[in-house]
Design a protein around this ligand. Structure first.
Ligand SMILES: NC(=O)c1ccc[n+]([C@@H]2O[C@H](COP(=O)([O-])OP(=O)(O)OC[C@H]3O[C@@H](n4cnc5c(N)ncnc54)[C@H](OP(=O)(O)O)[C@@H]3O)[C@@H](O)[C@H]2O)c1
Length: 258
């Protein structure tokens, strides 16, 4: 599929300064799609902009901001000066490890604001225009831990369950609108985010793999799990007793936490 001719030539990517978001930026720039890149670390965004503009002759707007600030949408709309966003990638996300009662409440509030509220605000604003035009793409970066409750990652896991469900519901609501919606559910992927688990994870995938799976599935299905082993485990988990699966999930998370 030719993504640019199907959806248009501007993509907005949240969490574009590293990991999966940065990989999306590379892939879209390669396809000559202009980019609006959002994250907090301005220096990283600047160097991605310089690199991609030089190599692919695309236009890139960087917007360094915190997506948990209440006025973030105002800042974005002001900076993009009426440009239409044709592809919206809700990728920025954070998590917290450890027992629910040991972490600070403000940490949980930040997770919910970034992982759940920011995508709602962005979609409500940018999908309106897509619906009027009858074309566009919405990409949700959910997670396999949204399929299976994850003890000692409970709020992160719940936030991703929210995102997975939100994305799949929108796929259905928008199925006759000309807008394609995909929820990608990565498993452990080699990014800065993995520092959380101090490298103690199995079956590590690359950001590149996640982006490949997303682009292969966009326009074809509502959701995709990245990686064969992840697919087998997380799809298969539905057929086993919940108690057993939660025990297994707890064992895995104990390994990551300790
Ligand atoms: N890596 C995995 O194993 C894995 C597995 C499943 C799902 N995921 C999901 O994949 C997505 C991308 O994560 P990643 O693995 O690529 O990790 P990452 O390299 O840590 O990327 C996270 C991105 O989010 C941005 N970000 C964090 N807090 C922000 C805030 N308050 N405002 C604006 N931007 C913010 C970060 O940029 P700044 O720090 O510059 O703001 C960074 O660009 C996340 O939603 C994560 O939940 C990751």
């Amino acid at each position: 599929m030719n993504i640019k001719s199907r959806y248009g030539n501007w993509a907005l990517i949240t969490g574009a300064s590293s990991g999966i978001g940065k990989e999306f930026a590379h892939r879209f720039a390669e396809m000559n799609i202009n980019l609006i890149l959002i994250a907090r670390r301005e220096e990283l965004l600047k160097s991605i902009k310089t690199d991609l503009e030089e190599r692919f002759k695309v236009e890139i707007i960087i917007i360094p901001l915190n997506l948990t600030d209440h006025d973030f949408l105002k800042i974005i709309t002001k900076r993009i000066e009426g440009k239409k966003v044709n592809i919206l990638i809700n990728n920025a996300g954070i998590g917290a490890l450890g027992d629910f009662f040991k972490n600070d409440i403000t940490q949980y509030e930040e997770i919910i604001k970034l992982n759940c509220i920011a995508p709602i605000v962005l979609i409500k604003h940018f999908a309106d225009e897509m619906i009027k035009e009858g074309k566009g793409a919405l990409i949700f970066v959910g997670s396999v831990v949204g399929i299976l409750p994850s003890p000692r990652m409970s709020i992160y896991s719940a936030s991703k369950a929210f995102l997975n469900t939100f994305g799949e519901s929108l796929w259905n609501e928008l199925s006759d609108s000309g807008i394609d919606v995909i929820t990608i559910m990565p498993g452990s992927t080699d990014t800065e985010f993995q520092r959380l688990s101090k490298g103690k994870t199995l079956n590590i995938r690359r950001a590149k793999d996640v982006v490949n799976t997303t682009l292969k599935s966009l326009g074809k299905k509502p959701a995709a799990i990245d990686g064969l082993l992840n697919k087998l485990f997380f799809t298969g988990s539905r057929f086993f007793p919940r108690k057993l699966i939660l025990k297994l999930s707890k064992n895995i998370s104990d390994k990551i936490n300790n």
